[in-house]
Design a protein around this ligand. Structure first.
Ligand SMILES: *Cc1c(COP(=O)(O)O)cnc(C)c1O
Length: 370
């Protein structure tokens, strides 16, 4: 036990699937003296954050705010508020996080209609069209950036299909958000959630979400109560919006301070510059790894710039190399998840961890080791 020593860490370079490195300004904001969660000064901070969530989601949606819990709670918020027992939901699955959505849908008492693609490949619009026509879908949910496989799912054409089927379009943007284009209004997304510890580079534990007017209408016309008390938006929204600002739960004040500063950094940089930075550092890493004979299993046009899933060459020992990176070079990268365990490395170049220096450091360390 080390409880008798003051807390410190080895200041790792965080290049796994999250959390990512955090800017010193964000850490400093987190140490700001507390105010009450209903203090007018805090309400103002919440308004600042709401404005910046809308800006980064590229949406005018009024019901846009931050759930006081990690990305998985954002996922659950979107699904439990929109689904009632007996509903049908089309869930697209090509990795770990699609499976997690299906699990939540079942727990809502709704019926899951699965659309599956092999891990490492995107879901096709033909598959989606077909699935939507075989049921009466209340919603279709899909992962934009599948962190377990490194696949970027094209979304532009799906919104129309979902609308034509009279359903709501639900998107997991946990890893894509603030690292590549996410256009909520233009892509006709009705409910979207993200997390703070990936390309936004804030500490983990919060989940930005947004609901369209159509989604709010579905919420308001429910026959049954939302299954979760904590995540029930009909109640939480009175804390985040409107004149009342009624107590619902005690907001994680310090985490919100940090989040506000992380958003300010995003807006200062500008979304397009930020996307470009993620892309160019991805290319730098790709070229360096290729020289070493390390390749991407995902087809080039569907690769995530912020999460580089690469095949571990047969002659290299997965665990040993990741341990050496961590203990000798202070660098964290991710191993494979689910059926890709032991087969892939997942190298995160997210937010603050997407820099030339991070890429060059990792390449140098790998060359040293292998
Ligand atoms: C990380 C992640 C989540 C879960 O977020 P947590 O903050 O770990 O709960 C959900 N979906 C995707 C695609 C993710 O990458």
């Amino acid at each position: 036990m080390t409880w008798n020593k003051e807390l410190d860490t080895s200041r790792r370079y965080l290049m796994g699937p999250g959390p990512s490195d955090v800017h010193p300004r964000v850490l400093k904001a987190m140490s700001t003296p507390l105010v009450g969660h209903l203090d007018p000064e805090f309400i103002e901070i919440m308004d600042d954050i709401k404005y910046m969530v809308q800006h980064t989601f590229q949406t005018q949606n009024e019901l846009t705010f931050v759930v006081s819990a990690p990305g998985s709670a954002g996922m659950e918020t979107c699904l439990v508020n929109l689904l009632e027992p007996g509903d049908e939901a089309v869930i697209c699955i090509n990795g770990v996080f699609g499976n997690r959505m299906a699990d939540i849908v079942e727990r809502c008492g709704a019926k899951v209609v699965k659309v599956e693609a092999p891990w490492g490949e995107p879901i096709t619009t033909e598959q989606i069209e077909k699935a939507l026509s075989t049921c009466q879908p209340k919603l279709l949910a899909i992962v934009h950036a599948e962190t377990s496989t490194g696949v970027l799912q094209p979304l532009q054409e799906i919104g129309n299909l979902v609308k034509e089927a009279g359903a709501l379009f639900v998107v997991d943007a946990v890893t894509s958000y603030c690292g590549t284009e996410v256009k909520v209004d233009e892509w006709q997304i009705d409910a979207i959630y993200s997390g703070t510890q990936k390309c936004l580079s804030a500490p983990p534990g919060l989940s930005p979400i947004s609901f369209s007017d159509d989604a709010v209408r579905v919420l308001e016309n429910r026959n049954t109560k939302v299954q979760s008390w904590f995540l029930d938006l009909t109640m939480v929204k009175n804390y985040w919006a409107g004149a009342k600002r009624a107590y619902h739960h005690t907001a994680p004040v310090s985490a919100m301070f940090a989040l506000r500063e992380a958003y300010r950094l995003v807006l200062e940089e500008g979304l397009q510059n930020r996307f470009q930075r993620h892309l160019s550092n991805h290319k730098l890493l790709r070229d360096g790894l290729q020289e070493m004979g390390i390749h991407y299993p995902v087809q080039e046009e569907f690769r995530l710039p912020m999460l580089n899933a690469v095949t571990i060459p047969d002659h290299l020992d997965d665990v040993k190399i990741r341990q050496r990176l961590l203990h000798e070079y202070n660098i964290e990268i991710g191993g494979g998840l689910g059926k890709f365990a032991g087969k892939l490395w997942r190298i995160g170049l997210m937010g603050q961890s997407s820099s030339k220096n991070h890429v060059n450091m990792l390449l140098a360390a790998l060359k040293d080791i292998v």
